[in-house]
Write a protein that binds this ligand. Structure first.
Ligand SMILES: [Cu+2]
Length: 56
């Protein structure tokens, strides 16, 4: 993720996932905090589908 456009892309794809209540993305730290009751595999798949790599 390198700019605010990327942040919006990732946020949009994550917020659509079942159980996700809130998504906060920190561009400087390059991390995402996802609130809710969700399946983390779905989160990873959505991020990858949006074209980004998941670093754990
Ligand atoms: Cu970007």
């Amino acid at each position: 993720m390198t700019c605010n456009h990327c942040v919006a892309n990732v946020k949009d794809s994550l917020i659509k996932i079942d159980g996700v209540k809130n998504v906060r993305i920190n561009l400087e730290k390059k991390n995402a905090v996802v609130d809710g009751d969700y399946n983390s595999d779905e989160i990873k798949a959505a991020i990858e589908k949006a074209g980004y790599k998941v670093v754990e």
